[in-house]
Design a protein around this ligand. Structure first.
Ligand code: HDE
Length: 714
């Protein structure tokens, strides 16, 4: 049966919009703005966006259909290459506010005036996974900040871990190849638990310090808002007189650090693969702007020479106890991008982007990065003009003679495109910009020596700081590192690789190596790996390296999940919710059906989640408040049972109304309930429960569990 031709009368030309297009030189108004007329890229109004042009009712398509061809051509080219590493990321705009003038150490314009606000764009990322991977991979997180200063863009392209895997940039492609999917099978995605990664690591002892960090809870953060950030390398600050001071950059989250536990991470990835980006989006949308303070470790050449490790070696850090942080300002993220692709995807961070008053050090990784980032942006963004994109363009005045290339958006005006030149307005042309003595000057460091492919002896100690990090953790955190290593290595097929890793662990801590070996069923410990220099077994411990020791004990930014059923005690629900909100937390409700529930006093409570879609892994603390009937029914529902048993298994604080006991019985936890599982029998109990939640997790429960499993040491 021939089909009848449908017409499109939905899109009606609006004259007022047509007038706007073309006004003020704006020729690219998008059709997305309210009632605009839909046009082609060329600005031609489109009469039918539902049907392509055909010959007759059932005949072939006419290739003449330029509207179809343009639309499909554009669609076919929508993707740009994703980043080789850090492909999955999420960004936000904000500002950096300088607390006090830093003129004593740097002439950098953004640090001169107390209260000065510099606009920034920040992008957080995972490293190994592809763009569509999940957020809670065990991985390093990128923490890249573009400061749009009055003297040009400064990109501080850091991570949430202060050290790195390798010492020489020539190893970076090998590291990344080994970490990403194996090339024949293209899996596993976004995880290092596979042979190639651990094979490479086992042959690169310099990575051992970083491995301690990536196996720690730092690699499974609760959200971007709960992470520290680090510039990693030693940089220089240079003052107006040309005096140089070495500097390491640290970001400190106002909410404190928090991580999830591994089993939780695995489940979050299923329940909400966008857990981190959603958290950032929600926080900024609600006006709860995430904030970090910038801390500097400042030191001079004398300190650098006296320090036991080379400050140019990115596998080492300087403990805060040795060089305390000078807090110099705050970063506030207060605006979401208008468009993910235009901003977050197209932002091009380059470590080479620094400003007068800052300089590089000779850290080989930093020097190597300075080539790689520019190079990668040309590939990703298709040419040298990526600074013409608004997200990458400086926000200060700029003038240069760069011209042409793909997509040149603002070539210099006028006759003169070279320098020096002798043009003047009297001769008929503007001479264009000139260099200034105030411009960027490289610190005139002495540099001489033979050209060598060599690693200095000062880079040779690969284990001492790994040991320092491991021993500085709480026993619980040490247990997490052991378990992470056991898990990762249990996914490695080749026993010789597992053994090689254990041989390195023996140089870090005998107990760590023994626990991991036993978790892997290795009956006989291998010999310790040969070590270029004997590790220092006595480095002082550093509390600053532990997440748990730094718990700020606040509920701000945390999320309470309250599972309610019809008939739930209204005063209990309202009292708990009010106490949690007063303490700074957000409250969300989970119910048997998404519509919500009728509470005991007849009021209606809307729910944000149906129980199957709102597992307890999405919340920091949980409560179940149910009627007797509701609890009995919930006890039959696997998702409701998981809600409480997972919360318990993830060492969360758990509160419940007295009627909920049958659910706890069915969930198999009733006999194990401890002081962090609180029956809400009174208003006092509610208050005490909310107060106790400030511990964030009840680690004692985990200690007991470990003791039961190990028959001794946690
Ligand atoms: Fe990167 N890194 N990296 N990296 N890196 C990239 O640049 C590279 C390193 C970091 O949100 C790439 O734009 C080399 C350390 C972040 O857009 C690439 C070496 C640190 C981001 C690249 C390193 C980082 C990147 C891929 C060893 C912490 C994401 C896409 C010498 C201090 C930035 C891109 C964003 C991205 C190269 C090591 C952080 C290929 C060669 C150390 C946060 O250029």
């Amino acid at each position: 049966m021939p089909k009848s031709k449908s017409t499109n009368s939905d899109v009606v030309a609006s004259e007022s919009v047509l007038e706007t297009v073309g006004a003020g030189g704006e020729t690219h108004q998008q059709a997305s703005g309210g009632s605009s007329v839909l046009t082609t890229d060329q600005g031609m109004p489109v009469s039918d966006n539902q049907n392509s042009l055909r010959v007759g009712l059932r005949g072939p398509m006419a290739m003449e259909d330029q509207v179809y061809r343009e639309k499909m051509f554009h669609f076919d080219h929508e993707r740009i290459p994703e980043r080789v590493v850090h492909a999955r990321g999420y960004g936000a705009h904000g500002f950096f506010e300088t607390y006090d003038s830093l003129a004593d150490v740097t002439s950098a314009d953004l640090f001169q005036r107390a209260g000065e606000k510099t606009p920034v764009f920040t992008r957080f990322s995972t490293v190994a996974g592809n763009k569509g991977s999940f957020d809670l991979a065990r991985d390093v997180r990128g923490f890249a900040v573009k400061f749009y200063t009055q003297e040009g863009n400064w990109d501080l392209v850091g991570n949430n871990i202060p050290v790195f895997f390798i010492q020489d940039p020539i190893k970076f492609p090998d590291l990344v190849h080994a970490a990403k999917q194996e090339p024949d099978r293209d899996f596993p995605q976004a995880q290092t638990a596979h042979d190639n990664f651990w094979d490479f690591i086992s042959l690169m002892p310099e990575s051992m310090h970083m491995i301690m960090w990536t196996m720690s809870d730092r690699a499974i953060p609760r959200g971007f808002r709960f992470m520290e950030g680090f510039g990693v390398h030693t940089f220089r600050m240079v003052d107006a007189e040309g005096k140089s001071t070495f500097v390491k950059f640290h970001w400190r989250p106002k909410l404190g650090m928090q991580s999830v536990v591994w089993n939780e991470a695995v489940k979050i990835n299923g329940a909400d693969p966008d857990f981190h980006r959603r958290d950032l989006w929600n926080a900024i949308s609600k006006g709860e702007f995430p904030e970090w303070e910038l801390g500097l470790q400042l030191f001079d050449e004398d300190f650098a020479n006296s320090f036991a490790f080379d400050v140019l070696d990115s596998t080492k850090l300087i403990p805060e106890e040795l060089v305390p942080l000078r807090i110099v300002g705050r970063l506030v993220l207060d605006r979401l991008p208008d468009n993910f692709f235009a901003e977050t995807e197209q932002v091009a961070f380059c470590t080479q982007n620094i400003v007068p008053g800052l300089d590089f050090s000779n850290d080989p990784l930093l020097q190597g990065r300075n080539f790689s980032y520019l190079d990668t942006q040309i590939k990703r963004l298709g040419g040298p003009n990526f600074t013409h994109l608004p997200i990458n363009a400086p926000k200060c005045p700029f003038a240069h003679f760069q011209q042409d290339g793909h997509m040149a958006y603002h070539n210099p005006k006028g006759r003169v495109n070279y320098e020096p030149n002798s043009w003047t307005p009297a001769l008929g042309a503007e001479p264009g910009p000139r260099e200034t003595p105030m411009g960027f000057k490289t610190f005139p460091e002495d540099a001489s020596g033979a050209k060598l492919r060599i690693r200095p002896d000062s880079f040779a100690d690969h284990y001492s700081q790994a040991r320092q990090f491991y021993l500085s953790q709480t026993l619980i955190e040490q247990g997490h590192i052991q378990n992470a290593l056991i898990f990762e290595l249990s996914r490695v097929e080749r026993p010789d690789i597992r053994l090689r890793i254990v041989s390195h662990l023996l140089n870090i801590d005998a107990e760590l190596a023994t626990q991991v070996a036993s978790g892997l069923g290795i009956a006989e410990l291998p010999a310790p790996a040969p070590s270029a220099v004997a590790p220092n077994m006595d480095l002082p411990l550093s509390d600053a390296l532990s997440i748990q020791k730094k718990n700020p004990k606040v509920l701000t930014g945390r999320k309470f999940g309250i599972f309610v059923t019809d008939g739930a005690d209204a005063s209990l629900v309202n009292g708990l919710s009010a106490a949690a909100i007063k303490a700074g937390a957000a409250v969300e409700y989970i119910a048997p059906v998404i519509g919500g529930v009728e509470l005991s006093d007849g009021t209606w409570l809307a729910a944000q989640y149906k129980i199957d879609g709102g597992p307890s892994v999405l919340f920091d603390f949980v409560a179940v408040i149910a009627s007797a009937n509701g609890a009995a029914r919930a006890a039959k529902v696997p998702a409701a049972r998981d809600f409480v048993s997972d919360a318990f298994g993830h060492f969360k604080f758990l509160a419940y109304s007295p009627e909920v006991k049958p659910l706890l019985v069915k969930a198999g936890i009733v006999e194990d309930l401890d002081e962090a599982c609180v029956e809400l029998s009174s208003a006092k109990a509610v208050k005490a429960f909310v107060e106790a939640c400030k511990d964030i997790r009840h680690w004692t429960r985990e200690a007991g569990l470990m003791e039961a499993m190990n028959g001794g040491t946690p």
